[in-house]
Design a binder for this molecule. Structure first.
Ligand code: ARG
Length: 473
């Protein structure tokens, strides 16, 4: 019964087995591409009319038919069946049902190989138009939070051991720049995907004078693919998209990991808003950072999808191979996970509050200005750095024994280690604020450098915005 519904059934004596249909179908997931498929088909029909393959009546009928199929799909009235394999055959079959013979001419000068490649490119472009403004929103929230936290001194870490005091703005801006690069990667992805593939046919081109320039304009694309084989065989635009997404998710995962740690009772550096957390069904006191944990979890899915995609294409010979059909579930999943994660992260950044008491206590308990004290001994007391390091090391050890910090250790203990430590410059040498402000190099954590960096970050956002406007029309 299946044989007669296949659009390619001519040469077959036997109908497809049930297994072949079940393993071969992609309609269960590629229906997500219906809008791009219809848009591509309308452009293709107009082009066919231009080169004299369709008359204007046929072209109009195809366009109207495709528009009503779009409505059927959007209103949930469109019926799918696995015998029709994929979104392309579903739409073409329904078109012929609706408008008759003209529908059968639509696939002239086209193969599903160039069609799917085009659809996916359009899908990526469409979703970048949603994703990129959202990523810019995230940059804005990081920037805004940074601006309001310039005066908060915060522990900077290496090895998750307290290293040196930084301004909280510096910490947030570190992520600003990471996500700023992610936006640049996505813009590059846009350029890579912004290519007309139609006209490549199955793999060698088509036996008709396809007007590719017209198609490019009609679909609003940036350029025409140079090689029909490369056009149907490569999935670099998907690689680039998922790689950019993966890098962005790695950044998101790291900041989420910190939000999880920093919001714990042990750290208590930040408070996440109730609306982005959840409780426990048994432990009444719990407030779990679920959004942060889920984003960290989703990053694993996205990275996995990147590996799947690269591996999917790795061993395939030129040009199209049916394996490529499997590229769609990861692609769609990445889009969904990335959009949700960016949105979730933005809301967390906007809603988080710093808790200065525990932050300051850590800075003191972690001897965050020990390096500054050693540098003071070098600069003011003319000690060689190694000697200064040794003295401060002994002081830290003394503090630990006595349960004190650099601020509270008594003079007697200090005098035992070095008379310099009793000098009146000592307190200013260990000041948290002074420590930050001495990092007065471009890109450093000093207050004036923070203001400078915020200005640079604002300019970077403006540049990205300008860049986006030029192609996000
Ligand atoms: N559903 C197919 C895919 O996603 C469309 C292309 C089919 N081409 C073919 N030669 N069977 O890759």
């Amino acid at each position: 019964m299946s044989k007669n519904v296949k659009l390619w059934g001519g040469r077959f004596q036997e109908s497809q087995s049930d297994l072949m249909e079940r393993i071969g179908e992609s309609i269960s997931f590629d229906k997500e591409l219906y809008e791009q498929d219809i848009r591509g088909s309308i452009a293709h029909a107009k082009m066919l009319q231009r080169i004299g393959i369709l008359n204007s009546k046929e072209c109009k009928a195809i366009e109207t038919g495709l528009q009503s199929i779009k409505k059927e799909i959007e209103s949930g009235q469109f019926e799918t069946r696995i015998e029709l394999e994929d979104i392309h055959m579903h739409i073409e079959t329904r078109l012929t049902q609706l408008i008759g013979d003209a529908g059968k001419k639509l696939h002239t000068a086209r193969s599903r190989n160039d069609q799917i490649s085009q659809d996916v490119r359009l899908y990526i472009l469409d979703h970048l138009k949603i994703l990129l403004p959202l990523m810019l929103d995230l940059l804005h929230s990081l920037l805004k939070k940074a601006e309001s936290s310039v005066n908060i001194l915060f522990p900077g870490y290496t090895h998750l051991q307290v290293a040196q005091p930084i301004r909280a703005s510096h910490y947030l801006l570190a992520y600003f720049w990471a996500f700023q690069r992610d936006v640049e990667n996505m813009i590059r992805t846009y350029e890579i995907a912004n290519v007309l593939v139609l006209g490549s046919g199955a793999m060698s081109g088509v036996n008709y004078p396809t007007d590719r320039e017209f198609l490019k304009k009609e679909l609003g694309l940036g350029k025409i693919s140079e090689n029909s084989m490369d056009a149907v065989a490569q999935r670099d635009h998907i690689f680039q998209y998922i790689f950019s997404a993966s890098q962005c998710m790695v950044h998101a995962s790291r900041i989420c990991e910190e939000f999880i740690i920093y919001s714990s009772t042990e750290f208590s550096y930040i408070r996440l808003p109730d609306r982005l957390t959840s409780g426990s069904s048994i432990m009444p006191q719990k407030k779990n950072p679920d959004v942060a944990e889920l984003i960290r979890g989703k990053s694993a899915m996205v990275i996995g999808d990147l590996v799947s995609l690269l591996t999917l294409v790795k061993g395939t010979p030129m040009t199209y191979n049916r394996d490529f059909q499997e590229d769609k579930p990861p692609l769609f999943r990445v889009t969904k996970n990335l959009l949700l994660s960016i949105e979730g992260l933005k809301e967390m950044v906007e809603g988080l509050e710093f808790r200065s008491e525990s932050i300051e206590s850590t800075l003191r308990r972690g001897f965050a200005t020990a390096t500054d004290l050693a540098d003071w001994l070098v600069n003011e007391k003319n000690l060689p750095f190694r000697e200064a390091h040794e003295i401060v090391g002994s002081l830290v050890s003394e503090c630990e024994k006595a349960g004190k910090d650099l601020f509270t250790i008594d003079d007697e203990s200090k005098a035992k280690i070095s008379p310099h430590l009793l000098d009146e410059g000592y307190l200013s040498a260990i000041s948290l604020e002074n420590s930050a402000d001495k990092k007065n190099v471009p890109g450093g954590t000093a207050k004036n450098r923070q203001m400078e960096q915020i200005r640079d970050a604002k300019k970077a956002v403006k540049d990205l915005q300008k860049n986006l406007q030029s192609f996000l029309k």
